[in-house]
Design a protein around this ligand. Structure first.
Ligand SMILES: Cc1cc2nc3c(=O)[nH]c(=O)nc-3n(C[C@H](O)[C@H](O)[C@H](O)COP(=O)(O)O)c2cc1C
Length: 359
């Protein structure tokens, strides 16, 4: 039972699982911005069975994020079923998702992720064992790529096998394993799968705007779409897509004030979450995320070297203040009653702004 996929009138937009990106904090932010369904970063079934604390931490989610699926990878269906049961007893996710799409060598070498696309009987066996292990407590879904390589595209067959095995929905990234993230997603294959099977198909790959979302729903029989990398640069894409689906019009791009406030909040929440340790370690972990947010910003090229060095929230605030002063044409005067501290901040910001101008 996946009501968000089966109820007429619902066209859910998923946040794609992205290891190292879609942690608890980022999922919270995307949910606020309109993402309907989320999946945790993938975790190894073995790690769960071993009760490895770090692995378990990756499966954390809050009730506000529901519906949420926990994604598992592995090649031993029985162990994966056991891991799924542990997670269900512990967190009661809305569904368990199996990763049959990961192209990473470490995962493929252990016969997990996309390697199972080369071995359909094993893939089906793994899926069946997990479904049996979960025993109807929650639905089991799967995420696949369209095949191992362009010569062996087999997503329609794989979807059929998964349906027979009791999998209740399939998310399809429209690339083969050997494509990695290059080339374009083959949405015609995703569309064929959606026509071929009775279970809902969620389409994934290269969705970057509300128009893309609308087009994929219009042109294919997918029941949901899933957005990954575009959300790393533009998490507002969920809000924009919803607006576009409702009105056929695009929202204005997000202003710089809102963008910086979001960046600051993301960092502050990440620090508070403790996932990355100290403030310094968290800010180091956040640098690549901040650089993603700066893509498309005027002066982003000059901004990125600064963001790649930030060590604290205060430093980020200084960079933001300097940037906003620069964007406002250096017209900002502090309110006189605010006193010295703000005055000092603004003059630091002005000095920084001069650097942006020179860049
Ligand atoms: C940094 C990164 C990490 C990813 N981690 C996972 C993962 O843990 N599980 C998974 O099924 N897919 C993972 N993916 C694949 C995405 O879920 C998605 O299928 C892919 O990025 C294509 O969608 P997009 O074009 O919207 O980005 C990851 C992708 C990226 C870029």
């Amino acid at each position: 039972m996946l009501p968000w996929l089966t109820d007429p009138g619902t066209l859910p937009i998923y946040l794609a699982p992205m290891a190292g990106v879609t942690d608890m904090t980022f999922r919270t932010l995307c949910k606020e911005l309109g993402a309907d369904v989320m999946v945790t970063e993938f975790v190894s079934a073995e790690g769960i069975v071993r009760q490895d604390d770090r692995t378990r931490r990756y499966t954390e989610f809050s009730d506000a994020q529901r519906p949420v699926g926990v994604q598992l990878f592995g090649a031993d269906g029985k162990a994966m079923g056991e891991a799924a049961k542990k997670i269900i007893a512990w967190k009661e996710p809305d569904f368990i998702d199996i990763n049959f799409g990961c192209p990473v060598k470490k995962v493929v070498a252990r016969n997990g992720g996309s390697s199972l696309l080369r071995d359909c009987p094993l893939l089906e066996k793994v899926a069946r064992e997990i479904v049996r292990g979960v025993a109807g407590q929650v639905p089991v879904t799967a995420k696949i790529r369209i095949g191992w390589d362009l010569e062996s595209i087999n997503a329609p067959r794989v979807c059929g096998l998964l349906e027979d095995a009791g999998i209740e929905a399939v998310a399809i990234h429209g690339r083969t394993r050997s494509m990695g993230y290059s080339g374009e997603a083959h949405w015609e294959v995703i569309g064929n799968c959606a026509e071929a099977v009775g279970i809902p198909v969620i389409g994934n790959g290269d969705i970057a705007s509300g128009q893309d979302v609308e087009r994929r729903f219009r042109e294919t029989a997918v029941r949901g779409v899933m957005i990954g990398r575009a959300a790393m640069t533009n998490p507002w894409i969920f809000r924009e897509a919803k607006h576009y689906l409702e009105t056929g019009r695009q929202l204005d791009p997000v202003g710089y004030d809102e963008r910086w406030a979001f960046m600051r909040r993301h960092c502050a929440m990440a620090i508070a979450s403790g996932r990355y340790g100290s403030e310094l370690n968290t800010m180091r972990a956040m640098r690549s995320r901040l650089m993603s947010y700066s893509k498309g910003m005027v002066g982003g090229r000059c901004l990125r070297p600064k963001l790649s060095l930030v060590e604290s929230l205060t430093e980020l605030e200084d960079v933001a203040a300097a940037y906003l002063v620069e964007q406002a044409g250096q017209n900002t005067e502090p309110a006189s009653s605010e006193g010295e501290t703000q005055g000092e901040n603004v003059s630091t910001a002005r000095r920084e702004a001069a650097v942006f101008s020179a860049c």
